[in-house]
Write a new protein. Structure first.
Length: 64
């Protein structure tokens, strides 16, 4: 059996009004439209990079 990829809950906490366009695009790619929105994603390399880019605008918690 293949290893199960861990999952994380990503919650948007800050506005993107004064953010760089790349950060806005990253939030949109994660599926976070409004403050308070949350998504569950696999914690793979792509998601890690997206989280790192907008770490100042999101909270990340591991799914148990």
């Amino acid at each position: 059996m293949a290893k199960k990829t861990p999952q994380v809950v990503i919650t948007r906490t800050r506005s993107a009004i004064a953010a760089k366009p790349a950060h806005r695009d990253t939030l949109r790619s994660l599926g976070l439209r409004k403050i308070g929105d949350a998504v569950v994603r696999d914690y793979d390399d792509v998601t890690k990079g997206m989280i790192r880019a907008v770490a100042h605008m999101v909270n990340v918690e591991e799914v148990k």
